[in-house]
Design a protein around this ligand. Structure first.
Ligand SMILES: *[C@@H]1O[C@H](CO)[C@@H](O)[C@H](O)[C@H]1NC(C)=O
Ligand SMILES: *[C@@H]1O[C@H](CO)[C@@H](O)[C@H](O)[C@H]1NC(C)=O
Length: 468
């Protein structure tokens, strides 16, 4: 099992060598060791170790981030959950109670969020100014004039074509609604079976750069993974360029994070009076135990840390955008908005101080033409995954799936934006670089999920400590 690691993450071999010695002296004993013994030391494809991330996240970042995400600006997310699946006829599981998403009543969402641009549009007597205001506030709203909406849409399209990793959700649509994320937490819903399986399957099989010649299913949920095929698979993965391997690892990390949430917020007990949600150790072990998953579990957890580092790096890089004096987390409550911005900047400075940031310059760095093509490929694949989220049959899962892919897409946009790169590092992002409110809310909430998962791993580690 220890050797299996080498196949998967061989590329930055020097880093790998430092960690491959772990776990070989003594056979793992407790359940905690079976999940975590390999999830320690240096991570692959970067120069960072798990323990540093744990300490940094669990004690310094996580509590403050939670506080920020409870604020009005971040808790209301506008989303269209009713878009039809573009790839097949979806079998909806919307009937499941735990899948339901309760949208906000219109009076629940602060006016400032709903129509942040409205108060400017009345005063604005020229189209451009109006657009600029709307852009700056990251708010495009029904209350804008039709002309302005068109202009903003055009601008959005332009931005899309150059930078975006996600299909822009049609939040202008009358079907888009505000959702209070605090009232609709990501947790166990009972959504499983062929429908749920199919989602992950098409993501892994049709969207992760897998060549026809590889027979082994990438989908970790698929059965019948023969040992010999496994070797082919990992040597294939090792042979991939760092970007395509990263793509797979990001998807796998997202999958792992979602599963950590489902295991940590499992529906343990249900009476007609109340529901009890909490940690289900068995569920966690079935997904992450090294033996029960034939070595896959610890790999998935490492991919979770990889995803964490990617998003962390994006946040540190985008700090100058949020530091602009004219940027506000606008909800209409002036005092609250200013406090929130201070907290946001505090968090971002903390993130910037993290000593072992991922170096994204190793990505798309080769021959210019090839790198460009690769980046384009990467983007198209990722966009496609954001569209697949409209096929998720359980609304609750669709909500969090859409939010997290949009958040990760935003992180990738930050990391690889030409507009950012052209202006880094001294001057910060140029005014051409822009994030909408949607992108900002999803970026931080998506990172909040990954941060929560890392924190939950500590809880599971403790719970598994004495189990054999
Ligand atoms: C997008 O995903 C669908 C469903 O998995 C797949 O059939 C299609 O080939 C993908 N398209 C691209 C451009 O990757
Ligand atoms: C925990 O999850 C397992 C499936 O992994 C399930 O069989 C079991 O009933 C769950 N335990 C509780 C207390 O719900």
């Amino acid at each position: 099992m220890g050797r299996g690691w080498g196949f998967l993450f061989g590329l930055l071999g020097a880093v790998w060598l430092l960690s491959s010695g772990h776990g070989e002296e003594q056979p793992p004993e407790t359940a905690a060791q079976r999940c975590f013994c390999q999830v320690s030391g240096y991570l692959d494809d970067c120069t960072c170790d798990v323990e540093t991330i744990d300490r940094f996240n669990n004690y310094r970042l996580f509590p403050r981030l939670q506080k920020l995400l409870e604020s009005d600006y971040f808790r209301y997310y506008k989303v269209n959950l009713k878009r039809p699946c573009p790839f097949w006829n979806d079998i909806s599981q919307c009937g499941r109670r735990d899948c339901a998403v309760k949208p906000c009543q219109s009076d629940e969402v602060p006016d400032g969020i709903k129509s942040a641009s409205y108060k400017y549009s009345e005063e604005a007597n020229n189209l451009i100014e109006e657009c600029e205001q709307a852009e700056r506030l990251g708010a495009v709203d029904e209350s804008l004039s039709e002309e302005t909406q068109k202009a903003v849409l055009q601008w959005t399209k332009h931005d899309d074509s150059s930078d975006n990793f996600c299909e822009a959700d049609d939040i202008q649509s009358p079907e888009a609604e505000y959702v209070d994320l605090l009232l609709n937490p990501e947790r166990y819903t009972g959504y499983k079976g062929p429908d749920a399986w199919k989602i992950w399957n098409v993501i892994y099989e049709e969207n992760c750069f897998k060549p026809q010649t590889i027979k082994r299913p990438l989908n970790p949920l698929a059965s019948g993974q023969g040992k010999s095929e496994e070797n082919t698979f990992y040597s294939w993965l090792e042979g991939l360029c760092v970007e395509k391997r990263a793509f797979y690892r990001l998807i796998s990390g997202l999958h792992a994070s979602i599963n950590v949430h489902l295991s940590a917020r499992y529906l343990l007990q249900e009476t007609w009076l109340e529901k009890k949600w909490g940690h289900n150790i068995t569920e966690f072990q079935q997904r992450f135990d090294g033996i029960l998953t034939e070595g896959e579990g610890p790999r998935r957890l490492k991919n979770l840390y990889f995803l964490y580092l990617i998003e962390l790096r994006a946040l540190s890089k985008v700090l100058p955008f949020f530091e602009r004096p004219d940027f506000q987390l606008f909800t209409g409550n002036k005092i609250q908005d200013e406090e929130n911005k201070m907290l946001l900047l505090e968090i971002l400075h903390e993130i910037k101080s993290f000593p072992l940031h991922f170096d994204e310059n190793s990505f798309f760095a080769g021959d210019k033409k090839e790198a460009h093509k690769l980046k384009e490929d990467f983007r198209l694949h990722f966009r496609n995954i954001s569209r697949i989220m409209d096929c998720v049959g359980c609304f609750k899962c669709r909500l969090w799936g859409k939010l997290q892919t949009q958040g990760l897409g935003t992180a990738l946009k930050i990391l690889f934006s030409e507009k950012l790169i052209a202006n880094m590092p001294e001057s910060g992002p140029s005014y051409e670089f822009h994030l909408t409110r949607q992108e900002i809310v999803s970026l931080f909430n998506a990172f909040g999920r990954i941060s929560t998962s890392v924190k939950e791993l500590e809880n599971f580690r403790n719970l598994l400590q004495n189990i054999h």
